[in-house]
Write a protein that binds this ligand. Structure first.
Ligand SMILES: [Zn+2]
Ligand SMILES: [Zn+2]
Length: 137
């Protein structure tokens, strides 16, 4: 039996998820769509292979926006996942919905061309104007 590496869920607890593989490409995304959909200045995401991730309780609501698929809890609104498209091989999950967000270390900042001028980065992580160059999708 596979051990859960990551568990998490929304603020109200109705949506829960688990992943059986390690997350990768932990990034702070400053793009406009992440900002708007979260109401926060940037969103920290972790990628999982899609087959290693599943929802275990509740029914998340999906929003199709700009060709991407974002999911959130319909009861409390917590942003949960991002898919580049319906057939994407990987799913991005909001790190701050993890039960243990401290277990991952963000590697970079992406889409800093949209970064708000009153956010001052001081963590010395690599920054990318748009998506990470080595990122597949
Ligand atoms: Zn909820
Ligand atoms: Zn984004």
């Amino acid at each position: 039996m596979e051990r859960n590496i990551v568990t998490g869920g929304c603020l109200c607890g109705s949506i829960r998820y688990e992943a059986t593989a390690r997350p990768y490409n932990i990034t702070h995304c400053h793009c406009l769509d992440c900002r708007r959909s979260s109401g926060a200045p940037f969103v920290t995401w972790a990628s999982f292979s899609r087959r290693s991730f599943r929802f275990t309780s509740g029914q998340q609501r999906e929003l199709r926006w700009a060709g991407r698929l974002r999911s959130f809890c319909p009861d409390c609104g917590t942003p949960l996942t991002f898919l580049a498209g319906p057939d994407a091989d990987e799913v991005d999950v909001t790190v701050c919905s993890f039960d243990q967000p401290t277990t991952v270390a963000p590697a970079d900042h992406t889409w800093v061309e949209d970064q708000l001028p009153w956010i001052h980065l001081a963590d010395d992580l690599p920054i990318y104007r748009q998506k990470r160059e080595t990122h597949g999708s």
